[in-house]
Ligand binder design. Sequence first.
Ligand SMILES: [Zn+2]
Length: 139
Amino acid sequence: MSKSFFSYEEMLGRALERVPKVAERRERFEVPKPEVVNVGNRTILYNFKDIYEALNRDPHHLLRFLSKELATAGSIEGSMVIFQGRFSEAVVSRLVERYVQDYVICPVCRRPDTQLVREGRYFFIKCAACGAKSPIRPM
Ligand SMILES: [Zn+2]
């Protein structure tokens, strides 16, 4: 019993040491609400940059997810993304929420202080808060 207690303490100590400073800054995790405007047959996501920065994710990874789910092409133009086709703000918001659940939130401790790490063909979500490394759904 005492042995497992001490090893747990050691693990906890190691996990805490590895929590980067950025974890404190992101204590209050807020995802910006997508600002979506339809122009002609296109959809502009104005605050794409705010979103991927808040999520601490690679813009191309987020764009690939959104394009795939919307079944259309999208291109990054400065801080925005322009999609071919018309999509409502509600649709884009739901997809961003799903992205957060699938690719940002740690499935073990439910915290957002994570990174995506790649090993060969597979991506894992690596948590800075609890140290868990969990497989993610392939895109
Ligand atoms: Zn975690």
